[in-house]
Design a protein around this ligand. Structure first.
Ligand code: URA
Length: 241
């Protein structure tokens, strides 16, 4: 049966759907030897040979889901030519075709799911599904209840009003004038948590994603990873189906 090429490339774990579109438009994809650079083109993987950079893709790979505790200093985009250290380096021995589900800033630590399942990645990152993500923030200044209420109601950033966030004060150090707050957001805008706290006058000194849905990091130290269990994958899929 014929399917759109970008869907087949994502299913084969070659790239996320968005990255797959770029592979196609940049002329790196061939079907039976002919370059296909038109988005929306279809092919039947049972009858045609689909290649990326001359290598045939496997449209039915074993699905892999990895939970990584991303250390600071690693970029979560797979193909960043300027990046020194990329998260895929940390899970190289598993598979070269894993890609991150969503992004964390280079200096953010914490939970990053990596998979070769393009549909899973597309669902989990789609804004419609509002998957909750919890971050532990270490902040400059002593954060008041009023500030937390502001964040809970939603604040105006340059790209619009943020959806209501859940906040939980974790601790304060009056001598150092710092606070620790957990914040749960359901959006995934660029540098969102940092921008939210900057806007209310409390720059983020350290940011760690500690939860996606109900999934926690457990004992994973920065730089360590493990395979997700079938129950954990199902738990996330239940939230987005
Ligand atoms: N919000 C941020 O500001 N940075 C991240 O890496 C993730 C969420």
């Amino acid at each position: 049966m014929e399917h759109r090429l970008q869907k087949l490339l994502a299913a084969a774990g070659v790239a996320s759907r968005r990255d797959a579109e770029q592979l196609i438009t940049s002329g790196r994809v061939t079907v039976d030897g002919a370059v296909v650079s038109q988005l929306g083109s279809k092919a039947d993987p049972d009858v045609s040979m689909i290649c990326v950079d001359g290598k045939p893709i496997d449209v039915h790979p074993k699905k892999i889901y990895v939970l990584l505790n991303k250390p600071s200093g690693y970029t979560s985009t797979r193909r960043d030519p300027h990046a020194n250290r990329v998260v895929t380096d940390l899970v190289k021995d598993v598979s070269t075709s894993l890609y991150p589900v969503g992004r964390l800033d280079v200096n953010t630590e914490g939970m990053l799911i990596m998979t070769n399942d393009g549909d899973f990645a597309a669902k989990v990152t789609h804004p419609r599904h509002k998957v909750p993500k919890t971050y532990r923030t270490e902040l400059r200044g002593l954060v008041s209840q009023e500030v937390l209420s502001l964040l809970s109601r939603g604040i105006m950033l340059e790209d619009g009003l943020t959806a209501p966030a859940k906040t939980k004060p974790v601790g304060m150090n009056t001598a150092r004038q710092t606070s620790v707050v957990d914040i749960t957001i359901t959006e995934g805008r660029k540098r969102q948590v940092r921008r939210m706290f900057e806007t209310v006058g409390h720059p983020v000194m350290k940011l760690t994603r500690i939860k996606i849905g109900d999934l926690t990091l457990g004992n994973l130290k920065p730089g360590e990873w493990r395979f997700m269990t079938a129950d954990e994958v199902r738990g996330i899929l239940d939230m987005v189906s």
